[in-house]
Design a protein around this ligand. Structure first.
Ligand SMILES: Nc1nc2c(c(=O)[nH]1)N[C@H]1C(S)=C(S)[C@@H](COP(=O)(O)OP(=O)(O)OC[C@H]3O[C@@H](n4cnc5c(N)ncnc54)[C@H](O)[C@@H]3O)O[C@H]1N2
Ligand code: MOO
Ligand SMILES: [Mg+2]
Length: 398
């Protein structure tokens, strides 16, 4: 049976190829850049006054002069004025252009202005102080944000400041999230005693939307022909399908068979792991990708976090999620020769070390257990005993 690392690597060999599309900047938050952002002007574009006060010529201050006649006021949003009389000054406001003929700004806090005469009350003045000089942050044409960056708050601010009203980004992958199972009813329905409400697709939607996918929720019964007919259309309309349920050994587990009929070639079925052993993965020759996640909710979640999310991030050109490392807060035994994804609660010990406390629970159908869970610790298959204090990788989702 395939190892976790082998399955992960096969999944990452089937990334989506996403076209680029222009979107207006107001719709671009969290999208992934397909063009670099470059400075259209120097940053800052002019010598910018950075404190409210007066602008003077430093050479005059150096001669010992402390009183300067106020010759006018330079506000932000105006072209630069010129100080014609060298021994005078101009009042200047933060964000204004530094007036021509001046080079230094003294704050109001360090002055007294009486009857149009400003008296400087400090001696420690540096030439050029309180001026944010043109091009000191970045030069015109310099690349500010490279291709492949996700547009977070600073990137959005930079895009706006360089005039990108429209920005080229990766198209969001269209992913269909499909629950399967005759026992499943809609969230709005009252289940019969033999039914439950479907929950996996809501879990999947939360994982995938946050990472930038456009998702649609669908449901199919446990009937191979109905599934085949419906999925034929779905495959044409979406970049990828994520099914939950119908992939293990039951008489109503039709997903692998239906996918084969639809020309989606199986790349693997079953991974040496718990939970999630029945995981199915396939791709069509046209590049459509299908994840068949095991239906038990904890398996669905683990597989979504360990395989689907890295695949989506890599398809978007984003860094694939890296596990953190924590120490086991108590010893654990697990004898099957499978990678064991242990649900844990994370905390920090008094000496600053990350601690993972195993959560008791009744297995992979116990989705209520996830409410207390911060992540899954990945314990390797070749061992059965894991001692308190040993460190292992943890995939966290909080
Ligand atoms: N003989 C074997 N039986 C099973 C095996 C096995 O290897 N041999 N594997 C077990 C494991 S591990 C898992 S996990 C499940 C996987 O089952 P399927 O992927 O075939 O899923 P279903 O049979 O359709 O459902 C399993 C379970 O999950 C519930 N479910 C399904 N979808 C949803 C949903 N959208 N929301 C909430 N709950 C859902 C479903 O009601 C079932 O209880 O198979 C084991 N069996
Ligand atoms: O993946 Mo199954 O969830 O081990 O029960
Ligand atoms: Mg089944």
């Amino acid at each position: 049976m395939l190892s976790v690392a082998e399955a992960h690597s096969i999944v990452l060999n089937h990334l989506l190829v996403l076209p680029a599309e222009p979107v207006s900047l107001s719709q671009a938050a969290s999208r992934v850049l397909r063009e670099p952002l470059t400075a259209d002007r120097d940053l800052p574009p002019f010598n910018r006054v950075s404190m409210d006060g007066i602008a003077i010529q430093f050479a005059v201050f150096e001669t010992g002069q402390r009183q300067f006649r106020v010759a006018g006021t330079q506000f932000a949003g105006q072209p630069a004025q010129t100080l014609t009389e060298q021994t005078a000054c101009l009042e200047v406001m933060t964000g204004a252009m530094l007036p021509t003929g001046t080079d230094t700004v003294i704050r109001y806090e360090d002055l007294q202005i009486t009857d149009g005469l400003a008296e400087i009350q400090i001696d420690a003045v540096q030439v050029g102080q309180n001026v944010h000089h043109r091009a000191t942050d970045r030069k015109q044409y310099e690349e500010l944000v490279p291709i492949g960056t996700r547009l977070g708050p600073p990137e959005m601010a930079v895009a706006a400041s360089v005039g990108k009203a429209t920005v080229l980004v990766s198209k969001r992958p269209k992913i269909a999230l499909i629950s399967t199972g005759d026992e499943l009813v809609d969230v709005s329905e009252t289940p019969e005693p033999y039914q439950i409400r479907r929950s996996n697709t809501y879990l999947l939607q939360t994982v995938l939307q946050a990472a930038g996918a456009e998702t649609t929720l669908l449901h199919l019964p446990d009937d191979a022909d109905t599934m085949e007919t419906a999925l034929k259309t779905v495959l044409q309309e979406y970049d990828a399908l994520v099914l939950s349920g119908g992939v293990s050994a039951g008489k109503a587990d039709f997903v692998p068979k239906v996918m084969e009929r639809l020309g989606v070639r199986q790349r693997f079925h079953q991974v040496a792991q718990r939970p999630g052993k029945p995981l199915w993965f396939g791709a069509s020759d046209e590049g459509k990708v299908v994840f068949g996640l095991p239906g038990n909710p904890v398996s669905t979640f683990l597989c979504a976090y360990r395989y689907l999310l890295p695949w989506l991030k890599a398809s978007l050109g984003l860094p694939v999620l890296q596990p953190s490392v924590a120490r086991l807060a108590r010893s654990v035994s697990f004898t099957p020769k499978l990678t064991y994804f242990l649900p844990v609660r994370l905390s920090v010990s008094p000496d600053g070390i990350g601690l993972a406390t195993p959560l008791p629970g009744s297995g992979s159908a116990d989705y209520a257990n996830l409410l207390q869970c911060d992540g899954f610790m990945e314990l390797p298959p070749e061992r059965a005993e894991f001692s308190e204090g040993e460190a292992f990788p943890v995939y966290t989702f909080r």
